[in-house]
Design a protein. Structure first.
Ligand SMILES: NC(=O)C1=CN([C@@H]2O[C@H](COP(=O)(O)OP(=O)(O)OC[C@H]3O[C@@H](n4cnc5c(N)ncnc54)[C@H](O)[C@@H]3O)[C@@H](O)[C@H]2O)C=CC1
Ligand SMILES: O=C(O)[C@H]1O[C@H](OP(=O)(O)OP(=O)(O)OC[C@H]2O[C@@H](n3ccc(=O)[nH]c3=O)[C@H](O)[C@@H]2O)[C@H](O)[C@@H](O)[C@@H]1O
Length: 464
């Protein structure tokens, strides 16, 4: 089966970059990315390709090459569904904020809406691909909706979870460790659907990296991968606190254990805590699923990864207060970096939000500088926590467009995102313009200690 038209529902961090790369690599396939968010679609269609709504190194080039040729962004969801032979569902699956499973389970209402819309609109057979991260066995529910509310159309459901990381999305898509495709491999139609998707990826990815499994293994592997990755960060962060008590250095420990090829060196960088839209959400979902099967020990095991991460964020903020003579009331604290990691403008679940909130509760005045995050986003992140009024957040938090504006007259500086440019700052200038003693807190192990101490800073770094 040759795919001619692809529709992707959801033009977010996954749908946008993934489809841009598929379109670039498969010029004979028309790819239409649709979204109900008009503003987002407008930005994807912005004449100046630098204004697309997602910042990812290399992405604007890919979009520039394919957009208007075989890559289209639209709000006309029905017509894109109608035309497509293959539909990717790439909508958000956040943690539920209401009802049963509140605070834990994945909220599948956007997925279900997509399924119902596909069922309503489709007149020809479709391959429906789960691109969003979903609880294991969601495909069963999708199939149920499609088969029972559709127009007698045949559907094949595939699971094709995405493993890209933000900040390296284009590289990850161009050269993935593996692509996972789960399908109904016991039937001829199922096998054909899997092959159709394999053929698309085979345009640029060696076949041996295209891994096919049954649907349930594919769905569960995605949650497992994120849980394992987050667990490594929580493990090294747990050791960072022990390092601070014992005189060990977490960077040295991490290097020493990472050189064991059985452990491996990646994802062992201690930090102020992991953020991002997925690690926490996916582990909570895993915990919820385990509990719903009565597997309480399994649930508790994974929950600890989250508890450790919360502890790390709180501990870092508390360290600031404690070091500043047990009070930050009325003191100006400069936060460098708001994104959850470097090279992205995404702030979802960023540790910076929680550190700032903690310091605001202690009555600090916060000034934030981030090279890519918009001012309104920073206020929206704080408002979302509902800790204090919107007005108070605006009165107590200032967002500036240059690092030196943030650090001038500050009592303390906290580095919360590992942006490369922070290494190159004129730290002499920063020191001379700060109040003394000048405290510097490195939540990312980004800065070199000796030179900062020689300048006169009181320097604290995670795990050292
Ligand atoms: N952000 C990431 O790096 C990764 C995310 N994922 C998963 O991919 C999924 C999507 O994540 P993101 O792209 O980050 O989310 P996002 O929130 O950036 O994008 C989702 C988009 O779907 C749209 N949408 C929701 N319901 C819709 C509907 N019924 N019709 C049309 N559009 C609709 C929203 O308006 C939004 O623009 C999630 O399940 C997530 O867990 C997986 C791997 C990486
Ligand atoms: O499902 C998802 O959404 C994605 O989640 C993560 O990707 P992402 O969250 O974009 O970024 P990561 O590089 O994994 O970083 C996550 C968080 O962990 C932190 N981290 C990461 C690595 C490390 O060694 N130490 C550390 O503190 C980062 O600073 C960041 O806050 C996974 O790496 C992707 O494979 C997955 O597709």
């Amino acid at each position: 089966m040759k795919i001619k038209n692809i529709c992707c529902i959801g033009a977010g961090y996954v749908g946008g970059p993934t489809m841009a790369v598929i379109a670039q690599k498969c010029p004979e396939i028309n790819v239409t990315v649709v979204d109900i968010n008009e503003e987002r679609i407008e930005a994807w269609n912005d004449e100046d390709v630098e204004n697309i709504p997602i910042y990812e190194p290399g992405l604007s080039q890919v979009v520039k090459e394919a957009r208007g040729r075989n890559l289209f962004f639209s709000t006309d969801v029905d017509s894109a569904i109608d035309k497509a032979d293959m539909i990717f569902i790439s909508v958000n699956t956040p943690t539920k904020t209401y009802g049963i499973g509140k605070g834990m389970a994945a909220d599948l209402k956007y997925i279900e809406l997509c399924a119902r819309q596909i069922a309503r609109v489709s007149k020809t057979d479709k391959i429906v691909v789960e691109k969003s991260t979903l609880p294991v066995r969601t495909a069963e529910a999708l199939k149920n909706i499609l088969d029972n509310t559709g127009n007698g159309v045949n559907y094949q459901i595939l699971s094709n979870p995405e493993f890209l990381a933000e900040g390296t999305a284009v590289d990850d898509l161009m050269n993935p460790d593996r692509v996972l495709i789960g399908g109904d491999i016991d039937t001829t139609e199922g096998k054909e659907a899997v092959e159709a998707l394999v053929d698309i990826y085979a345009h640029w990815i060696p076949r041996e990296r295209l891994l096919t499994t049954n649907v349930w293994s594919s769905e569960l592997s995605k949650l497992t991968a994120n849980a394992f990755l987050a667990q490594r960060v929580s493990s090294i962060n747990a050791m960072s606190e022990l390092c601070e008590k014992t005189g060990a250095d977490v960077n040295e420990v991490s290097k020493a254990v990472g050189m064991d090829s059985r452990i491996g060196a990646k994802f062992l960088k201690s930090s102020v805590g992991f953020g991002g839209s997925c690690f926490q959400k996916d582990i909570l979902n895993l915990v919820y699923i385990s509990k719903s099967f009565g597997l309480h020990e399994v649930a508790d095991y994974w929950e600890q990864v989250i508890l450790m991460n919360d502890h790390q964020k709180r501990r870092f903020a508390a360290k600031i207060v404690q070091t500043l003579f047990n009070t930050v009331s009325g003191k100006k604290i400069a936060i460098l970096g708001w994104a959850f990691k470097k090279d992205t403008n995404d702030t979802r679940e960023s540790a910076a939000i929680y550190v700032a909130d903690y310091l605001l509760n202690e009555q600090a005045e916060i000034v934030v500088y981030d090279p890519k995050v918009k001012t309104e986003q920073i206020y929206a992140d704080l408002d979302y926590l509902n800790t204090r009024s919107t007005e108070e957040n605006r009165a107590r938090v200032t967002v500036v467009n240059a690092p030196y504006k943030a650090t001038k007259d500050a009592h303390a500086v906290a580095v919360l995102t590992e942006w490369d440019e922070f290494k190159e700052l004129d730290w002499q200038k920063i020191y001379s313009e700060m109040l003394k003693p000048a405290f510097l807190f490195d939540g990312r192990r980004l800065l070199e200690r000796k030179s900062k101490e020689e300048l006169g800073f009181e320097f604290y770094a995670i795990g050292n």
